[in-house]
Design a protein around this ligand. Structure first.
Ligand code: GLY
Ligand code: MN
Ligand code: MN
Length: 434
């Protein structure tokens, strides 16, 4: 179990300049109320490099002639472990997690300070800012303790993300397999919701059915709060209240993705609550699906990231014009971006340990990134027509239609990982009406 993390640490160390030190702060448990905590989830950078899934941990990587990996964690404590579960402790950190040396976490600062001797670059990964106020003290401590004729320390303090996040964009075989498992669970979840959907059911019930189904497929959690939005609720992009009763004639938008072993899926489907599209619902749906399909068709190594978004926008702008929802020539519509009124958001993001996964969308020269085999991302065009868009014919109002698939770049093109969630009008109707 330690091997994959050992390998990642070795690759990172290889990339760092000599005399670098990395501080990786793990997450702490968040308070829900008083002494009740939220379920713990580890920081992704920390987990990516250590595999260590306990709160309050810190790791240090030192790159010198002899490099070192130190892990600081909660010490063993029988009373706490009876109440809240087992801890690896210092022994486990060495034995099971590959640390060269391990310490109780309260010894972090006193262990760190001597290690900073002769360190030139300090890399920090500390999303919660646990050590932001200590950084100046450490730098000062180090300055004061170095004599006038030794090289001054810390030519810079940098975010580790600069080095680590580009590495996380291209997934290896094991990561892709894990994402497939997340997508398979979510596929079952979406199908279950599609079959259970009917007028009178509450958004909350469908959300719970999704959670129940993905749990059967090994997910511990969702990758982000479910969005189960009937009718006009879908026009709020991050509608998470999920508390309204669905009505006959409405569209439902469900954006939900299970998390499997810390890897996300992120899938959206939109369909009529009663399983039968009105002509207007069908027209908008087909337009969004056509935008998505044309963008997916562009995916291959060497294609530019932004070409996918641009394709979606061109297809949807043209379609909205043909439906009479946008006026002017297509050139005017594209130049003034008047389509944005209905298309609202960007149409994709990297997918991995984070649902909006880390890593740059531009290369070092500021150009849009070219796609590479092993990248995984979403494409998710949408059209949103709120109920107060009074200049639009009534039959179109009060609906948000988004379709979101999870796409893997392969050596020759792409694989749509979420293609098994019904996505054509025929497939949706077959699932809902049979
Ligand atoms: N569910 C969040 C997103 O689609 O980006
Ligand atoms: Mn998404
Ligand atoms: Mn989504």
């Amino acid at each position: 179990m330690d091997n994959i993390y050992r390998h990642r640490r070795a690759e990172l160390i290889e990339q760092l300049p000599d005399n670098s030190l990395v501080i990786l702060a793990g997450y702490q448990q968040k308070v829900r109320s008083k002494n009740i905590k939220y379920h713990f989830r580890q920081d992704n950078d920390f987990l990516y490099l250590t595999g260590f899934n306990e709160p309050d941990a810190i790791a240090i990587l030192v790159k010198r002639e002899v490099s070192e990996y130190l892990l600081f964690s909660r010490p063993k404590d029988p009373a706490q472990e009876v109440s809240f579960g087992a801890r690896a402790g210092v022994e486990g950190a060495v034995e099971h997690y590959g640390a060269d040396r391990a310490f109780p976490n309260e010894l972090f600062e006193q262990t760190l300070l001597p290690l900073l001797q002769n360190i030139k670059i300090l890399y920090i990964s500390d999303e919660l800012g646990r050590f932001s106020s200590s950084l100046i003290n450490w730098a000062n401590h180090h300055r004061i303790n170095s004599s006038f004729d030794t090289p001054k320390n810390f030519t810079s303090i940098k975010p580790l993300a600069e080095v680590l996040h580009p590495r996380r964009v291209v997934k290896n075989h094991a990561e892709i397999t894990t994402i497939r498992s997340a997508v398979a669970a979510s596929t079952a979840g979406h199908k279950a919701v599609m079959q259970a959907c009917h007028a009178g059911i509450n958004e909350r019930q469908l959300s719970s059915l999704f959670d129940f189904t993905i749990a059967k497929y090994g997910c511990n959690d969702v990758a982000y709060p479910n969005i189960v939005a009937g009718g006009n609720n879908a026009c709020c992009l991050h509608y998470e209240d999920n508390c309204n009763e669905l009505e006959d004639g409405q569209m439902l938008l469900i954006d939900a993705g299970g998390e499997f072993e810390h890897y996300a899926s992120d899938i959206t489907r939109s369909y009529p609550v009663n399983g039968r599209f009105t002509p207007e619902q069908k027209a908008i749906y087909q337009l969004v699906l056509s935008a998505l399909d044309q963008a997916i068709d562009k995916v291959r190594p060497g294609a530019m990231w932004n070409s996918l978004h641009n394709t979606c926008m061109q297809v949807m702008a043209q379609g909205l014009k043909e439906l009479g929802l946008l006026s002017g020539s297509i050139e005017e519509i594209m130049t003034t971006e008047s389509y944005k009124r209905f298309t609202v958001h960007k149409t994709g993001h990297w997918l991995g340990m984070d649902v909006h996964d880390v890593g740059p969308y531009h290369d070092d020269d500021g150009n849009w990134r070219m796609l590479e085999a092993g990248m995984v991302f979403t494409i998710e065009p949408g059209i949103y027509i709120p109920e107060d868009a009074l200049d639009v014919p009534e039959a179109y109002r009060g609906m948000g239609i988004r379709i979101e698939d999870d796409i893997l770049v392969t050596a020759n093109g792409f694989e749509n990982l979420s293609a098994d969630v019904p996505r054509t009008v025929e497939a949706i109707q077959a699932m809902m009406l049979n």
